[in-house]
Write a protein that binds this ligand. Sequence first.
Ligand code: SF4
Ligand code: SF4
Length: 539
Amino acid sequence: MATSKIIKPNELVVSIDYKPPMKWWMDTPAEFKPGMYCWGAKKKNLDAVNFPNARDWSPKEEDWKLPENWQEILIEGLKDKLGKYRSFRLFMDICVRCGACADKCHFFIGSGDPKNMPVLRTELMRSIYKRYFTNSGKALGRLAGARDLTLDVLKEWWYYFYQCTECRRCSVFCPYGIDTAEITLMARELINLLGLNTDWISGPVANCYLKGNHLGLEPHTIKSSIEFFLDDIETITGIKIEPTFNRKGAEILFIAPSGDLFADPGTYTAMGYLMLFHELGLDYTWSTYASEGGNFGFFTSNEMAKRLHYKVYAEAKRLGVKWIIGGECGHMWRLWHQYLDTWHGPADFLEVPVSPITGTRFEHAKSSKFIHIVEFTADLIKNGKLKLDPTRNDHLKVTWHDSCNTSRGMGFLEEPRYVLKGVCNNFYEMPENTIREKTFCCGSGTGLNASENMELRMRGGLPRANAVKYVRDKYGVNMLGNICAIDRATLKALVEYYTPDVSVAGLHELVGNALIMKGEKERTIDLRLEPLPGKEGKE
Ligand code: SF4
Ligand code: SF4
């Protein structure tokens, strides 16, 4: 991990300076500090999705190779968004500068940079809105909090709107419900009109558009990754699982985030899915074409997210499935649950999901025909359909990270805890003001999980890490559970940096450990091929 090259944790903590700067914020241009931003989008990736102003460029260079009329493009874009989204216009108008949100952002807490206060982050855009769209701003300029759209302002937007993970924590504390995540979404859409994406977002977007998943995995690679997991499952349980791929006529299409097929600890989560579905005898199929539950288009623009999602419904139609289960992913869930109807209308060619095991009808998915695996599994446990031995997870003391999108965004607060308590005996909550709706972000969501911005990630992850450290010191916690693929990747780096004796696991890894499968041999090792409690030396 690149964190070895960055400032050490104790130095990072003491370097945070909350003193207000001497200069007015409008007179302080963004300083591009190494480790605090991502590389710029490459030409080939913007070309792949026909995005404007495709060229190779670097945020470090003076010349960003912008189109001549870039101000006009941005102002017109802003006008379009203000006309389209009433909430956006309201958020521009109604802030009373009460400051309730100021210290709620993990990036402000970890950096001390005032422009990471949600109120000021929004002000970066509000000042332009005022200058070009309000009479007071046009007449009074700075006196009314307005300023011209200069190159410095554009660079400041790029720097700070890629220092927001759209986690929405600030909105929980705002008395007016102003959602800075929405402002960041708008800002990123606008700067994408000028070709100003990051490499780490635009690369996966291009891969997903061309190959069906962020990692650019080919169908045979997907299949062989899963076959590799199947070998491990056979070693652990003695059971040979034979899932199907691209099978027409299956009842259910299952779509996981591609990260689960590629890197630990997501791979263990994928093993859990495979074991669970096999044990249930579920009539389901994987797809090697619609092979991505996540959607980095969401970190780019609404239109790009819609384009990337389309493959999922197209594949469901091609295979003739009845409904869809999504794997453990955070923004996938938010997008699919919250945006699908607006993009595509009700998926009337599919059926309302009904669990073939419990008969539960998932009414909330009446329109999208898609459910998240955590609710599917919670329903199985509630109906007594799984044989579980939680003592197999007794070597773990688990705490739970509420992923921003699944919990604060979409309300999965009880389901994951219900499953966790069913499969593990040692569960400890982090402090109340760091979980559930008030959960702290992993610090690297919305496509910030690159390696060149590692200092930013570790600063943004500080409040989450601090809460993990608290339960580690108090209860001996050694495992951080979650249901988000980005979290599985980013929290791994975070705990390695701050609390290296804590590991990270997806929920279905713990389900796979506890699941008693028909015909299995005596288990001596867990899904990581490590000895189960009391079985040391027998593996
Ligand atoms: S949405 Fe999250 S990252 Fe963005 S300003 Fe609010 S608290 Fe900070
Ligand atoms: S809490 Fe809301 S109203 Fe108060 S400063 Fe923040 S965004 Fe503005």
